[in-house]
Structure formats: structure tokens, C-alpha cells
Design a protein around this ligand. Structure first.
Ligand code: SAM
Length: 362
């Protein structure tokens, strides 16, 4: 997709160990940040490794055999993740998404799911490239996973193999999607990142394939996450154009969001063939409704996908901080949050140092 590589600024080093407040206010589930946004969703990256080398996310030239992936001791253990998840739940989080890297590469992931699924009123979801899903779907469902989102950027084998850059065929991912549906992990969302001039000719074939399947196809604008994907504004295909192209072949009607602040804008086929979504983080920023926090593989809390520094919760966990202290720290961090990167994005901000998506969790 893109042979130009910007040298990787390793901003993983930028972190702060948060100070524990002197008064430990107990969580009441009603946190608000400085712009009035609640905390509802937690994305947890369970590994920074991936079995794909998507050219727009983990290009081979950067993520090669010399890349310093995190060592085992650096990763949060399942017990540490679960403990933090409990604290986030007390602050009002009701949805956890496991991601990465490729989350299905984390060994014994079903054990973690079992622990998280025991949290009351918590929806547990997972985002995956689907390669290992055919083997694992039933076990993940049995562990308590509710839904999966599968990433798939093209239906054409040549384009897809070039995009994942490790020669995985489309059929492997389609088999994973079928297995997930059979295991009851639906409704399944299929996410396609659209990069103009690279895979935008795949929009209509993807629509034709998934229409009527019950799966929800969603088109994501190519974003300037990280510093290694050589992002340029003119490679973004605006969602409005995606909708126009689909509407010309299959008339569409807008539908209401499922809940306030839903990231995807929803559309349905006028003939009853199901629904699709568009996620327009570049052309129609949705920072105003962003209720997501992100926990990196090594336990740093980020309050924005485009952040360049995180808050080191792992140090607190490993130096004996109590649950009350962790809750107070998280409460303070969220209360001070003012992020709105997508609202202020420009070609200039795209060059700022930012954390890689494979590390922070997509
Ligand atoms: N490995 C898993 C997967 O493939 O779904 C989870 C992690 S991956 C980073 C999550 C999602 O982020 C994928 O759908 C990927 O296509 C998307 N993504 C990565 N880089 C992106 C970018 N620059 N713009 C938009 N989406 C991106």
C-alpha cells in the first residue's frame, strides 16, 4: 500500500507514574471528564504482537525481527488486568473490548475472558483479524465472550494478501467469520479500513458479499494513528463518498444510533438487505461523544487513541496500591481529560509523535 516509512518515534517511553491523591474518593460510576464525557468503554490491548504486517498499521520495514516487542514480564498479567477492570467497572465502564496487536496471539486468552465475563453487567467484545478464529470461536464463546469484530480490508485475494503482507488468503478470514457466527458471537461487525487508491475498489464487492448475511459491514476512514504509516490526507476516502458509491448501486437510508455517542453512523439498505456503518474519525470527528479509555499491553492508561503519553498503572499495581488508590488515580486522570485530537487534526498534527495502534490497541 505504501512503501514510504516514517522512522518510528518510540513514544512508548513517554509515561508518568500517577500520584495517589491524598483523599481517596470512592467511585460512584458517574465520572465526567473536563468536557462532560462519561467513562463507559475500556479497550484493553493484550499483546503488542501481530501475525499480520498490514502496511498501514505495522509495516514490515519497521516491525521486523529487530523490533523490540514487549517481553513477557512487561505485560499485565490476567490477574492485573482483571483487577483494573473491576476498578473501571466501579467507575461506570460497561463494555470491554480486547484488542492488540492480535489478541488471539495471547496465550490462554479464554481464561482472561472467563475472569472478565464474571464482572456484573459487563459486555465483553474482541477485535481480531480473524486468522485464528475458526479454531478458537467456540472456546471463546464458552468462556463468556459476547461478540467479535473482524477486520477485513478486501475481498480480492491479491489485494488482501498485499495489504496484510504475510500472504494470508481471504478464505481464512471468511472461515473465521463463519465459525464465529456458528458459535453465536454475533451480530458480527466486519471492519474495512479504506485507503484511497489502494483498496477503495473493494467497497462494492464487500457490500455485495456481506449484504443479507446478518453481519454489519463498517467502513473506517484511514487515520493518522502512530508515526509509521506515512499518513496523508489525500489518502483518506471520506465516508460521505463511501455512502454515495454504495447508494448508487444499493439505495440506503440513514438509521438512528443504537445509543448516544455511537461511533459508527448507521445506514440500512432500502430493500431490507441489512445495515452498514461508517466511522468517520477524520472527516467528522466524534470526540464530543468519546467515552473510551485504553489500557496498553503493559498497563498504561491512555485517554485518546492519538495520545503520545500514558499513565503508568502497572507501577502502581506492582508497588502495592490498594483498589481505593487505583480508583482515585483513574478518577483524577479521567476528570482532567480534555482530549479532542480528531477535532484539531491537520496535516501538521499528523506528524506529532503518537503511540502506535498495535501497542495502544485498535
Ligand atoms: N489485530 C486486530 C485486528 O486486526 O482487528 C486488532 C488490532 S487492529 C490495530 C484494530 C483495527 O485497527 C483493525 O481493523 C485495523 O484495520 C485498524 N487500523 C489500524 N491502523 C489503522 C489506521 N491507520 N486507520 C484506520 N484503522 C486502522
Amino acid at each position: 500500500m505504501n512503501q514510504r516509512v516514517i522512522p518510528l518515534a518510540d513514544v512508548r517511553q513517554l509515561q508518568q507514574v500517577p500520584a495517589i491523591p491524598s483523599t481517596l474518593a470512592p467511585p460512584v460510576g458517574l465520572l465526567q471528564d473536563s468536557r462532560g464525557r462519561a467513562l463507559r468503554d475500556l479497550r484493553i490491548s493484550v499483546t503488542d504482537r501481530c501475525n499480520f504486517r498490514c502496511v498501514y498499521c505495522m509495516p514490515k520495514a519497521v516491525f521486523d525481527e529487530h523490533y523490540p516487542f514487549l517481553g513477557r514480564d512487561a505485560l499485565l498479567s490476567f490477574e492485573e488486568i482483571t483487577r483494573l477492570a473491576q476498578v473501571f467497572a466501579a467507575h461506570g465502564v460497561r463494555k470491554i473490548r480486547l484488542t492488540g496487536g492480535e489478541p488471539l496471539l495471547r496465550r490462554h486468552l479464554d481464561q482472561l475472558i472467563r475472569q472478565l465475563a464474571a464482572l456484573p453487567e459487563m459486555e465483553i467484545t474482541l477485535t481480531t483479524n480473524g486468522v485464528l478464529l475458526a479454531k478458537r470461536a467456540a472456546e471463546l464463546k464458552a468462556a463468556g465472550l459476547h461478540r467479535v469484530t473482524v477486520s477485513l480490508d478486501a475481498l480480492d485475494d491479491q489485494i488482501f494478501r498485499a495489504m496484510n503482507d504475510v500472504d494470508v488468503p481471504v478464505a481464512t478470514v471468511l472461515a473465521g467469520i463463519d465459525a464465529a457466527a456458528a458459535a453465536g458471537l454475533g451480530p458480527i461487525k466486519i471492519n474495512m479500513v479504506v485507503k484511497r487508491g489502494y483498496n477503495d475498489q473493494e467497497i462494492l464487492p464487500m457490500v455485495r458479499h456481506f449484504r443479507g448475511s446478518g453481519h454489519i459491514l463498517r467502513f473506517i476512514e484511514f487515520m493518522d494513528v502512530g508515526a509509521s504509516n506515512g499518513w496523508k490526507m489525500d489518502e483518506v476516502l471520506p465516508s460521505a463518498e463511501v455512502i454515495q458509491r454504495i447508494h448508487a448501486e444499493f439505495p440506503l437510508e440513514p438509521i438512528d444510533p443504537n445509543y448516544p455517542g455511537e461511533v459508527a453512523e448507521r445506514w440500512r439498505f432500502a430493500d431490507g438487505g441489512g445495515e452498514i456503518g461508517v466511522i468517520s474519525s477524520v472527516t467528522q470527528a466524534f470526540c464530543g461523544g468519546c467515552t473510551r479509555a485504553r489500557l496498553s499491553t503493559e498497563g498504561r492508561l491512555y485517554t485518546c487513541l492519538f495520545a503520545h503519553s500514558g499513565h503508568d498503572l502497572r507501577s502502581l499495581l506492582r508497588t502495592g496500591a490498594s483498589d481505593a488508590a487505583l480508583a482515585a488515580v483513574i478518577g483524577e486522570i479521567w476528570g482532567a481529560r480534555g482530549d479532542r485530537y480528531s477535532e484539531i487534526r491537520s496535516e501538521a498534527t499528523a506528524n506529532r509523535p503518537k503511540i502506535e495502534m498495535s501497542y495502544i490497541g485498535g
